[in-house]
Design a protein around this ligand. Structure first.
Ligand SMILES: *[C@@H]1O[C@H](CO)[C@@H](O)[C@H](O)[C@H]1NC(C)=O
Ligand SMILES: *[C@@H]1O[C@H](CO)[C@@H](O)[C@H](O)[C@H]1NC(C)=O
Length: 996
C-alpha cells in the first residue's frame, strides 16, 4: 500500500483497546445484521492505507481474507483522545453506515470535510477539542438523524449556519470555545428536541432570538463570554420549564431579571455574572433545587432598604452552596433572614455594595461557610460573637466598612483561615495574640484602624504568612525579634505607627521579602548587617524615622531594588553611586543633613576626600592593614601572583564577572574547609557534571550545597559558564538560589570550579518519588507525598518554568528538567535547580554533537533527538513527563516501558476510564483513621465528595501531563497556560475556595 501519512502509532493501540473493550459481541452482530456492502469495504481499506505502522498487528483483521463486516468500526469509529493531527480523511464520507463518529480530543486540522454529510446515518458527531478551522459547512445541515453535534474547542470561524434548523433530531448542540461570530439564527428555534445548547466563549453578537426561549425542552442554555445584548424575556420562566442551567455571564445583557424565573423550578444554576442587569431582584420562591446563584458584577438593586428582601425567598433552597451578589448596587440592611439560608452554603459574597446596618448575628448559623466577603459596604457594628461558629472559614474579608470595637479573640478558633482582612475600619484596642493560632494564615490585613498596644510575638511567628499589613494604626513598642520567623513573607508593612527601637537583626531571615515598609515610625539606630540577606527586595521605605550611621554598603548590590526611600533620617557619610543609587528618580535621601557625594543628580554637597576617608568604609580596611601589618600584605601579594600565574593557564572567563557583584565570594580554601576537605561523608549527590557536597560556612552557621564541577567531563566548563550566566539574571521563589560561584585553583594547582547553593533540607523530588531502595532507613512511611503536596510541587515547578520562559529578559530554556533537579526545602516547596544545560533564546545553535547536551533520556523532548533547536516547548515536554511521573510513580525509564509503550502512552490509554487506577498506589494508602492521604484539610462529610474530587483532580492532572508531553511541539501548551490550568485543578481539589 502506498502509505504516506503517518498516523502516530499509539492511535492504534487505542484501536486495540477498543477492540478489547467492545468485546467480541456487539459490533460483529450489528455488522452482519446490516449485511456487507462493497463500498464500505473499499472505504475502510482506503482508511487503512493512511496508516504506516501497525505495531501490534491490530489491523491484521482488516484484510481481504476476513469478511469485512468483522472489521472494527463499521457503525462506530472511536478515535478520541489521541494525537491525530492531520485533516479528517475525506474517506469518512464513504462510511455510510456510520452512526457514531468520535474524534474528540485529537489535533485534527483543516476543515470539517463537507462530505461527512454523506454519512446520513450519523447520530453522534463529536469533533471537539481539535484544531479544526474554517466555516462550519452548511452541508452538515443534511444530517437529519443527528442527535449530538459536539464541535466545541476548535478554531472554527464564520457564523452558525441557519440550515442547522434542519437538524430536527438534535438534542445536544455544543459549539463553545470557537471563534464563531454573527447572530444566533432565529431558525434554531425550530430544533424542538434540543435539550442542551452551548454557544459560550465565541464572538456572538446581537440579541438572543425569542424563538430560542420557546424551546421548552431546553435544560442547559449557555452563551457565556460573548457580546450579546438585549434583555431576558419576561416569560422566560414560563416558556423554559425544564431549564436547569442558565449561564449567560460575561455579556452585555441588561434589563431586569424576569419575575417568572421562579417558575423554572428545575433550575440548579443561575449565572448572570458580569452583565448590566439592573433593577430589583425578584423572589426565587419555587427554586428549591438551586445550588448556585451568581449575580455578581451587575447593576442590581436600587440602593433601597428592601433590596435584599429576595433573600427571604431562598430559605427553602436547602442545597444552595454559592451565593454571590458582589459588586452590585444593593442597599438596605442584611437582616437575620440570612441565618435561615441553607447550611450547605460554602461561599457568601456581598462585597462592594451599599449595605448598611450591622452584621447580623445569625450569620453564625451558616456553619459550613468557607468564604465570607462583606468588604466594601457600610456595615456599622461589632464583629458578632457568633462568627466563631464558622470553624470552616478560610477566607474572611470585612475590610472597608465602619466596623468598630475590639478585634475579637475568637479568630484564634478559626484555624483554617488563610485570609483575614479587617483593614480600613474603626477597630481599636490591641491585636489579639490568639491570631497566632491561625497556622494557615497567608494574608493578614489589619491596617488603617485605631489599633494600639504592641505587636504580638505570636503573630510575628506565623511562618505561613505571605502578606502582613498593620500600617496606619497607633501601635507602640518595638518590632519583635520573632519577625525573623516570617520566612515566607513577601510584603511586610508596619508603616505609620509609633514603633520604636532598633531594627531586629532577625529581620534578615525574611529572605523572601519583596516589599518592606517601615516609614513614619520612631525606629532608630544603625541598620543591621543581616539586612544584606534581603537580596530579593524590590521596595524599601525607611523614611521618617531616626536611623543613623552610614548608608549600608550592600544596598547598591540589591539588583531587584526599584524604590528606596531613606529620607528624613539621620544617615551620614558618603552616598554610594552604584546600583539603585545611580538612578536619582528611584532613590529618596532628602532630609539627611550629614550625607554627601552620590551622583550629581542627587544634588548633595561633595565629600571632603580626607574627611571622607576617615569616615568612610575605607577606615576599616585601613585599620586592618595597619594592625595586621605588612607581613600579611606580602603574603597576599605572593598569593595573588601565584593565582595569576595559574589562572593564565585556565579559562579567561571570571565567574564573578558573570555573576555580577551581588554575590558573596568564597575561595577554594573556604570551600575546602566548609566541606571538610570534600569528604565523602558530605557527598550528597553525583552527576556527570560533578559532585555535590554539603558544606558549612559562616562559622558553621549556614548550610550550603557545593557543586564541584568535574572538569574532565567534556562540556563541564561550558556548563559552568551557562549556569553562571543563567543564574545571574534570574530570581524566583521556585528556583534554587545560588549563593556564589568559585573559579579558582585547588591545592594541587588544578583548575577548580564550583557553585554554591542554598541547601535544600529535603533533598530531591527523585528521592521522594522513588526512595532509592533505602528501605532500611525506616523513613519510608513518612516519605510518601500526599496528593496536595505533589500538586503543590507540580505548581512550584511550573511557576519556575513559566518565569524562565516568559518573565525573564530573554527566555531561558532549562533543558534538563527531571525529578533529581527539583529540590525541596524544609517546607516541601519545590525549587528547580541545575542550570548546567540552560540556554538563552535566541542564541546561536548549540552544537548537537556535544555529549548529553539534550537533557536526560526519558525526559528530553523527541525533537531534540532529531537535531531541532532548543525551545521552551522542549521544557514543556520534560515537564509533562515529570508530572506523569509524580502522579503515576513510575519513571519514564521504567523497565516496563519501551519505544512504543512510553509513560506518555501508558497514561493516555488509561484515561479517562481507568484514570485513578494508574495513579501512584502510595497516594491511596490509608492513614490510621482511614482517610486517603490527599493532604486536603478535612472540610465536610467528605468521603464520597472528596473521593470524587481526588479522582477528578488526578484525571485532570494526568491529562495535563499528557498534553504537555505530546510528540508534536505545537500540540504542547505554553507554561503560563499550564500554571493557569494547575491553579484551576488545585482550586477544584480544595473546593474552589480561593476564587471568591
Ligand atoms: C452500498 O451502499 C451504497 C449506499 O447505500 C449504495 O449506493 C451502493 O450501491 C451499495 N453497493 C453495493 C455494491 O451494494
Ligand atoms: C408562574 O406560573 C403560574 C402557574 O403556571 C402562573 O399562574 C403565574 O402567572 C406564573 N408567574 C409569572 C410571574 O409568570
Amino acid at each position: 500500500m502506498g502509505a504516506t501519512v503517518s498516523w502516530p502509532s499509539f492511535a492504534f493501540m487505542h484501536v486495540v483497546v477498543l477492540l478489547l473493550c467492545l468485546g467480541s459481541g456487539f459490533p460483529y452482530v450489528a455488522c452482519s445484521f446490516l449485511g456487507g456492502n462493497e463500498t464500505d469495504r473499499l472505504a475502510l481499506l482506503a482508511f487503512k492505507a493512511e496508516i504506516t505502522t501497525d505495531i501490534f498487528g491490530a489491523l491484521n483483521t482488516w484484510n481481504e481474507s476476513i469478511p469485512f463486516c468483522q472489521w472494527l468500526g463499521v457503525t462506530e469509529l472511536r478515535l478520541h483522545n489521541n494525537s491525530l493531527s492531520q485533516p479528517i480523511p475525506p474517506e469518512i464520507g464513504r462510511l455510510q453506515r456510520l452512526q457514531g463518529l468520535y474524534l474528540g480530543n485529537n489535533s485534527f486540522s483543516g476543515e470539517i470535510p463537507p462530505n461527512i454529510s454523506a454519512c446520513t446515518n450519523l447520530v453522534s458527531l463529536e469533533l471537539f477539542g481539535n484544531r479544526l478551522v474554517g466555516k462550519i459547512s452548511v452541508e452538515l445541515g443534511s444530517l437529519f438523524k443527528l442527535e449530538v453535534l459536539h464541535i466545541a474547542e476548535n478554531e472554527l470561524t464564520g457564523g452558525i449556519p441557519s440550515v442547522f434548523a434542519n437538524l430536527s433530531s438534535l438534542i445536544h448542540l455544543n459549539m463553545a470555545a470557537n471563534r464563531i461570530g454573527g447572530n444566533i439564527p432565529f431558525a434554531l428555534g425550530q430544533l424542538t428536541n434540543l435539550e442542551v445548547l452551548i454557544l459560550g466563549e465565541n464572538r456572538l453578537v446581537g440579541t438572543i432570538p425569542l424563538s430560542i426561549f420557546n424551546l421548552s425542552s431546553i435544560s442547559r442554555f449557555n452563551v457565556i463570554t460573548n457580546q450579546i445584548r438585549g434583555s431576558l424575556p419576561s416569560e422566560l420562566g414560563n416558556t423554559l420549564p425544564n431549564l436547569q442551567f442558565l449561564e449567560v455571564g460575561m455579556n452585555l445583557l441588561s434589563g431586569p431579571i424576569p419575575v417568572s424565573i421562579s417558575n423554572a423550578t428545575k433550575l440548579l444554576h443561575i449565572g448572570l455574572v458580569s452583565n448590566r442587569f439592573s433593577g430589583k431582584v425578584p423572589p426565587f420562591e419555587k427554586l428549591h433545587d438551586l445550588r448556585r446563584l451568581i449575580l455578581a458584577q451587575n447593576r442590581l438593586g436600587i440602593g433601597e432598604a428592601d433590596d435584599l428582601s429576595f433573600l427571604t425567598s431562598l430559605t427553602n433552597t436547602t442545597n444552595m452552596t454559592n451565593l454571590n451578589l458582589g459588586e452590585n448596587n444593593f442597599g438596605g440592611m442584611l437582616t437575620d433572614t440570612i441565618s435561615n439560608l441553607s447550611t450547605n452554603l460554602r461561599r457568601l459574597n456581598l462585597r462592594r455594595n451599599k449595605i448598611v446596618g450591622s452584621i447580623p448575628t445569625g450569620i453564625g448559623n451558616l456553619v459550613n461557610l468557607q468564604a465570607l466577603g462583606l468588604s466594601g459596604n457600610h456595615f456599622t457594628s461589632n464583629i458578632p460573637a457568633d462568627l466563631r461558629k464558622l470553624e470552616k472559614l478560610q477566607i474572611l474579608s470585612l475590610s472597608s466598612n465602619n466596623l468598630y470595637g475590639e478585634i475579637p479573640l475568637m479568630f484564634g478558633n478559626l484555624t483554617l483561615l488563610t485570609v483575614l482582612s479587617i483593614s480600613q475600619n474603626r477597630f481599636h484596642g490591641s491585636i489579639p495574640s490568639s491570631i497566632g493560632k491561625c497556622k494557615m494564615l497567608e494574608e493578614l490585613g489589619l491596617d488603617r484602624n485605631n489599633l494600639t498596644g504592641t505587636i504580638p510575638r505570636e503573630v510575628m511567628s506565623l511562618s505561613s504568612l505571605l502578606y502582613i499589613n498593620i500600617s496606619q494604626n497607633n501601635l507602640t513598642g518595638s518590632l519583635p525579634v520573632e519577625v525573623g520567623n516570617l520566612r515566607n513573607v513577601e510584603e511586610l508593612d508596619v508603616s505609620e505607627n509609633m514603633l520604636v527601637g532598633n531594627v531586629p537583626s532577625d529581620l534578615g531571615s525574611c529572605v523572601k521579602l519583596r516589599l518592606l515598609y517601615m516609614e513614619g515610625n520612631k525606629f532608630w539606630g544603625i541598620l543591621p548587617s543581616t539586612l544584606s540577606n534581603l537580596r530579593g527586595i524590590e521596595e524599601l521605605d525607611l523614611s521618617q524615622n531616626n536611623f543613623s550611621g552610614q548608608i549600608p554598603g550592600y544596598l547598591p548590590d540589591f539588583v531587584f531594588l526599584r524604590k528606596l526611600n531613606l529620607s528624613f533620617n539621620d544617615f551620614e557619610g558618603v552616598v554610594p553611586k552604584g546600583g539603585i543609587f545611580g538612578n536619582a528618580t528611584a532613590v529618596f535621601i532628602s532630609g539627611n543633613k550629614k550625607l554627601c557625594g552620590g551622583i550629581a543628580d542627587l544634588q548633595l554637597k561633595s565629600c571632603n576626600l580626607s574627611k571622607g576617608l576617615k569616615k568612610g568604609r575605607f577606615t576599616l580596611t585601613l585599620k586592618l592593614i595597619i594592625s595586621v601589618g605588612f607581613g600579611l600584605l606580602g603574603l597576599t601579594l605572593v598569593l595573588c601572583f601565584l593565582y595569576l600565574w595559574w589562572s593564565r593557564k585556565t579559562t579567561k572567563v571570571s565567574s564573578f564577572k558573570i555573576l555580577g557583584n551581588s554575590f558573596m565570594k568564597l575561595s577554594y580554601q573556604s570551600l575546602h574547609k566548609a566541606t571538610d576537605s570534600f569528604s565523602p561523608a558530605n557527598l550528597i549527590g553525583m552527576g556527570s557534571f560533578g559532585s555535590v557536597y554539603k558544606g558549612f560556612i559562616d562559622q558553621g552557621k549556614k548550610v550550603v550545597a557545593v557543586k564541584v564541577l568535574n572538569l574532565n567531563f567534556r562540556g563541564a566548563a561550558k556548563s559552568f559558564i551557562a549556569e553562571c550566566k543563567a543564574l545571574k539574571s534570574i530570581k524566583h521563589r521556585n528556583l534554587v538560589k545560588v549563593l556564589t560561584a568559585c573559579s579558582s585553583i585547588d591545592f594541587q594547582g588544578n583548575d577548580f570550579k564550583a557553585l554554591v547553593y542554598e541547601f535544600m533540607v529535603n533533598g530531591s523530588l527523585e528521592e521522594w518519588l522513588h526512595q532509592n531502595g533505602n528501605e532500611d532507613d525506616g523513613h519510608n512511611e513518612s516519605r510518601n507525598l500526599s496528593l496536595l503536596q505533589r500538586l503543590n510541587i507540580a505548581i512550584d515547578v511550573a511557576s519556575a518554568l513559566d518565569y524562565l520562559h516568559h518573565h525573564c529578559l530573554k527566555p531561558i530554556v532549562h533543558c534538563d528538567l527531571k525529578p533529581s533537579n527539583v529540590l525541596l526545602d524544609d517546607e516541601m516547596v519545590g525549587h528547580v535547580g541545575d542550570f548546567g544545560l540552560a540556554r538563552f533564546l535566541p542564541e546561536e545553535h548549540w552544537q548537537s554533537n556535544s555529549i548529553g547536551i539534550r537533557g536526560s533520556v526519558g525526559y528530553a523532548a523527541p525533537e531534540y533527538g532529531m537535531g531541532n533547536e532548543v525551545s521552551t516547548f522542549g521544557d514543556v515536554y520534560s515537564y509533562g513527563i515529570l508530572i506523569l511521573e509524580i502522579f503515576i510513580g513510575k519513571r519514564p525509564t521504567d523497565i516496563t516501558f519501551n519505544d512504543s509503550v512510553t509513560l506518555h502512552n501508558f497514561a493516555k490509554i488509561a484515561l479517562p476510564e481507568q484514570g485513578a487506577s494508574i495513579a501512584d498506589p502510595t497516594l491511596f494508602q490509608q492513614s490510621e483513621n482511614g482517610e486517603v492521604s490527599s493532604g486536603i484539610n478535612n472540610t465536610t462529610n467528605h468521603n464520597s465528595i472528596e473521593g470524587q474530587r481526588i479522582e477528578e483532580c488526578l484525571i485532570s492532572i494526568l491529562k495535563l501531563g499528557i498534553t504537555c508531553s505530546e510528540e508534536l511541539m505545537r500540540d504542547r501548551p505554553a507554561m503560563n497556560e499550564v500554571v493557569a490550568q494547575l491553579n484551576v485543578i488545585k482550586n477544584a481539589l480544595l473546593g474552589d475556595i480561593t476564587a471568591l
